[in-house]
Design a protein around this ligand. Structure first.
Ligand SMILES: [Mg+2]
Length: 404
């Protein structure tokens, strides 16, 4: 009974406790780690007002003067004249997000990221390790704050929908549990916009029907909803009651692409192996950059060569572990190439394909400690290319290639 007791209020067989973890003004949180002087001050991350920038994240001090994400930065600065604007650093946010993900992975094998700062965890079967869902939620909150310095809020419920509404309800630095069977009661007093999937357009249509709160939507005549909202009417009604049977899709269950590849056909056939290697390296850089952008790791690298007579050969090599590191992938590709191109015939096409993909990140710790030099280099290159285009940086042998 010890195991069952651990799931306070949850029937282990049919209801699984689900957590929705949402970092509090995440981009601002990362900016405050990088510059602690921003703590306690109104901060917004987003584009410059003169280039019609928009707020993408606002601190709670800024929200207190009415600043919201999605708002024009010019308006935000009018509402909050002492607002500190930060332009945003995607690479840093992605890195922080990965660090948070590694913490979450310690608490459940089934973690489904929803965005850079939100994820669901299915806690089925973890009770014996971490106690009840609320205890686990509190441990996650403490651990992310302690090890990364970021605040977050957790919603606990028996399905994804209600856990997400619960975390939004409890923000910031909050923890809120909706007991099984009390979903409809919890949702009833909330405005219809609190339900994920109801935007301003649907809100307007519901308003015309006299439906302002989720309790009213839940009690509405399904026929009437169908008449005015079509097929989504009955669905919204069920959701307003807190019904959601979707499951948290973690790890291998998430559909990921099978491979990432690039090919290049030359205007004039090439036989110089150095030049061919340079082209291959360039294709590999593109492919591995996409790999990192999609937060995937590859284990297999294939090199394809098509000779001038259209005869095509492919050679695969399998690495000892999954990686997203350019240098490791390139080493493997180049050794395949060496084995293929001994007789140096004329080549009309080269290609690179990365496969055996899994979702994940290279193990590295947040910010400075322990990050390998090559990983830092690769991240820096991605950042420069993100800002100035792919050809802003070229690796090694590819550096002298003409810009195409
Ligand atoms: Mg958030």
């Amino acid at each position: 009974m010890l195991l069952l007791d651990a799931f306070v209020g949850f029937d282990v067989s049919s209801n699984r406790p689900i957590l929705h973890v949402d970092l509090d003004s995440f981009f601002v949180g990362v900016e405050r780690i990088l510059d602690p002087r921003l703590k306690g001050r109104p901060v917004a991350v987003g584009g410059a007002p003169e280039s019609r920038g928009v707020v993408s994240s606002a601190s709670y001090e800024a929200r207190a003067c009415g600043v919201r994400s999605g708002m024009a930065m010019a308006k935000a600065l009018r509402l909050c004249p002492n607002l500190i604007r930060k332009p945003g650093q995607r690479e840093m946010y992605a890195r922080a997000s990965r660090a948070v993900r590694r913490v979450l992975d310690r608490f459940s094998p089934v973690v489904e990221p929803l965005s850079v700062d939100e994820a669901w965890l299915d806690l089925r079967g973890t009770g014996i390790l971490f106690g009840c869902a609320v205890d686990t939620a509190e441990r996650i909150r403490r651990e992310v704050l302690r090890s990364l310095g970021l605040d977050l809020t957790v919603g606990v419920a028996r399905n994804r929908l209600v856990s997400k509404v619960a975390s939004a309800f409890a923000k910031p630095k909050g923890l809120f549990e909706v007991y099984p069977g009390r979903e409809a009661d919890f949702l009833a007093p909330l405005p219809v916009r609190a339900l994920p999937g109801i935007g301003p357009a649907t809100e307007n249509r519901l308003r015309k029907l006299g439906l302002f709160r989720l309790g009213e939507l839940a009690a509405a005549e399904v026929g009437l909803l169908r008449k005015h909202l079509g097929r989504s009417g009955p669905l919204l009604n069920a959701r307003a009651l807190g019904e959601d049977n979707s499951s948290v899709r973690g790890g291998e269950e998430v559909n990921i692409r099978r491979s990432i590849g690039h090919e290049e056909t030359f205007a004039v056939d090439i036989h110089d192996p150095l030049l061919l290697k340079a082209h291959l390296r360039r294709l590999l850089d593109r492919a591995s950059r996409r790999l990192r952008a999609e937060e995937l790791l590859a284990k297999k690298v294939s090199v394809k060569l098509r000779w001038s007579n259209f005869h095509t050969v492919t050679r695969d090599s399998t690495l000892t572990r999954h990686t997203d590191n350019d240098l490791e992938l390139a080493e493997s590709a180049m050794s395949s190439f060496e084995k293929m191109a001994t007789d140096r015939p004329m080549v009309r096409l080269v290609g690179i394909r990365l496969s055996s993909l899994i979702r994940g990140f290279r193990q590295d710790s947040f910010f400075e400690d322990g990050i390998g030099r090559s990983r830092r280099l690769v991240s820096a290159i991605d950042v420069v290319r993100g800002r100035h285009g792919f050809d802003a940086v070229k690796a090694g042998e590819a550096a002298w290639l003409p810009i195409s």
